[in-house]
Design a protein around this ligand. Structure first.
Ligand SMILES: [Zn+2]
Ligand SMILES: [Zn+2]
Length: 333
């Protein structure tokens, strides 16, 4: 049931979407119609309104609307609740009944009905790692949640990596979880996913979600990511830092800003070499044989040998404004 495909190796179109937000039907500040209008006008192609304990219905043709709801379920190790976002189901009553039976029963039901579900904001919820690793049908967690970031608890990647290090094929989502929208400090249009679909339809959006055919972002963009000839390769929009993340003790973090100031760089022990070639700046880091090329276009390229990764590889990029993008993991044989 759990898939994790590489969206960069699939044909199709990229669609931008947000899978978690609230309206005046629960504790959000904007009406459902205004919320839809806001995302549609900003180029989002799909949206899930996920009010608390209620499936809010809106009529709209210009954006794919995925019915959704956020439910709280007790049972975490230290007495806090799981917040679960359920997508693709129309009938709330059954979900409500299953809430009291526990998370596993709810997820069994959701996936048996061809729906989708993920765990919202693990950091904000003070979940434990065991809370997440015990969930049999876990498919994705929020790696970033914009409204939780307003109190400094937006980033949950530490949980994600703990799960991935166990070989669990879990996707990482960025969402708004918008409540305030334009009221400062704002919490809308700050976290989204780019989803790869072959055709633009509701069914295809849900199918691609289930297959992990997306990456999460709060700003920067990936253009490619995959393995070739024993290397992990990726290209992306201009950033100042790249994190090559894998299991304990391996991986690398490269600060491109520092590379540009190489006369005063921290990478001497990595035998950094920088040279110019055909109007490209090429940065080579000897120890790992990681190569970063920054073309005049501003597109960054990185290639790093598979030997520096264990179990899985994912890439995080961070731009000068501190905005992130996260690929989903590739699992290494
Ligand atoms: Zn929540
Ligand atoms: Zn929420």
């Amino acid at each position: 049931m759990i898939h994790m495909s590489n969206p960069f190796e699939k044909k199709g179109k990229w669609l931008k979407g947000n899978l978690h937000c609230h309206t005046t039907e629960s504790d959000g500040r904007l009406s459902p119609a205004k919320v839809v209008e806001k995302y549609r006008n900003q180029g989002y192609r799909f949206l899930a309104i996920t009010d608390h304990n209620k499936i809010t219905k809106v009529e709209e043709n210009d954006i794919i609307l995925i019915p959704g709801v956020e439910v709280s379920i007790s049972g975490s190790e230290y007495d806090s609740s799981f917040h679960v976002v359920v997508l693709g189901l129309e009938d709330y009553e059954r979900i409500d009944n299953l809430k009291n039976q526990g998370l596993d029963d709810l997820l069994d039901y959701v996936f048996s009905m061809d729906g989708y579900a993920f765990i919202a904001h693990p950091y904000w919820s003070s979940l434990t790692f065991r809370d997440l690793s015990d969930i049999e049908k876990l498919q994705a967690i929020e790696v970033f949640n914009a409204t939780c970031d307003l109190i400094g608890k937006g980033y949950s990647s530490v949980y994600w990596d703990a799960l991935l290090a166990q070989g669990k094929k879990i996707g990482g989502l960025a969402v708004d979880d918008a409540h305030r929208y334009d009221l400062p400090p704002t919490d809308s249009l700050k976290g989204w996913i780019w989803l790869k679909v072959e055709e633009i339809s509701y069914k295809e959006v849900l199918d691609s979600l289930k297959k992990g055919l997306y990456y999460a972002s709060t700003g920067p963009e990936f253009y490619s990511f995959g393995t070739k000839d024993g290397y992990i390769k990726a290209s992306f929009s201009p950033v100042y830092r790249v994190n090559l993340i894998t299991r304990n003790g391996r991986g690398a973090s490269i600060n491109i800003g520092d590379l540009e100031l190489f006369s005063n760089n921290r990478y001497e022990e990595l035998k950094l070499e920088i040279y110019k070639e055909d109007n490209e700046d090429v940065f080579e880091i000897g120890r790992y044989n990681i190569v970063i090329k920054k073309k005049n276009s501003g597109i960054c390229y990185i290639s790093a040998p598979l030997s520096i990764f264990r179990i899985y590889s994912r890439i995080e990029i961070i731009d000068v404004l501190g905005r992130y993008a996260w690929t989903n993991p590739l699992f290494i044989q």
